[in-house]
Ligand binder design. Structure first.
Ligand SMILES: [Zn+2]
Ligand SMILES: [Zn+2]
Length: 270
């Protein structure tokens, strides 16, 4: 319930700010806006499912199988300490997972939904394949279980997540100056959504940019990308159901490609 209230405030702030100082001219009803409306509903359902069922199940498993001193390292610490610790640790997890999503074909198939927005704005931040969200949230449960953060700290994390995601995807002509060496701003994240597949292999951070700067994947310039989205003409734009199914198309196996090219070569020699 709290999150719905926070989301409404964020919507009001960013919708208004994007009308006042946009980075690019694009209509209010931009491409994919209705699809993103459906993605908002699916992400709420995923949150309810994972937090309500999986979290309880995994916590019980953890309490049964792990010694008590390993669980709940953060419990009893002030909310601020807990919040900073989970934001930094989960961002580190996110950074590694995000790089793997761009490297492993099966994970990219799920993640490409997030990259399919052709017009980027604050509302694009909700677009995720539901299975990618379920997987993300399930993986996150492991560090959360060990840390044992309080409900209040988890609410701070969810609020920071929603605020930074909306801002980093926003169509705002704003830059965050030197803070860009700590936090992700739109000037960095929009390059991650570039339609040029080579250019988008940068800026993997979620809330924090520190891991990108640390591991040499940061890209920052005065320019903005000229187009967003995927370089796949068959991608089903504007249809959430088709996008869901498109992630399960067969992955071409390297051996098959090799044997096919061998056949072609043999055919040529005859
Ligand atoms: Zn990505
Ligand atoms: Zn994004």
């Amino acid at each position: 319930m709290e999150m719905l209230f926070i989301f409404s405030i964020i919507a009001l702030i960013f919708f208004t700010a994007e009308r006042i100082d946009p980075a690019r001219t694009q209509p209010v009803f931009r491409r994919g806006i209705f699809t993103d409306g459906i993605y908002t509903v699916t992400s709420i359902l995923v949150r309810v499912l994972v937090n309500g069922y999986l979290f309880v199940m995994i916590s019980q498993l953890g309490e049964t199988f792990f010694p008590a001193y390993l669980i709940g390292v953060l419990s009893g610490q002030p909310i601020l300490v807990q919040s900073v610790a989970i934001i930094v640790l989960l961002d580190m997890f996110f950074y590694v997972m995000h790089r793997l999503k761009h490297r492993w074909q099966w994970w990219w198939r799920l993640h490409e939904t997030h990259h399919s927005s052709q017009d980027l704005d604050w509302f694009s931040s909700v677009r995720f394949h539901p299975l990618e969200k379920v997987l993300d949230r399930t993986i996150y449960l492991l560090p959360l279980l060990f840390l044992g953060a309080s409900k209040e700290a988890l609410l701070v994390l969810a609020t920071v997540d929603a605020m930074v995601a909306s801002f980093s995807h926003s169509n705002l002509n704003w830059r965050i100056g030197p803070f860009i060496y700590i936090f992700v701003g739109p000037e960095m994240h929009r390059w991650h959504h570039s339609s040029d597949p080579k250019r988008r292999e940068c800026n993997y951070g979620n809330n924090l940019s520190i891991f990108d700067w640390m591991f040499g994947t940061a890209y920052l310039t005065q320019e903005n990308p000229t187009s967003f989205g995927l370089d796949d003409s068959r991608y089903p734009e504007g249809n959430m159901i088709k996008q869901f199914i498109y992630a399960f198309r067969p992955i071409p196996s390297p051996e098959k490609d090799e044997s096919q090219s061998r056949e072609i070569k043999t055919g040529k020699s005859h």
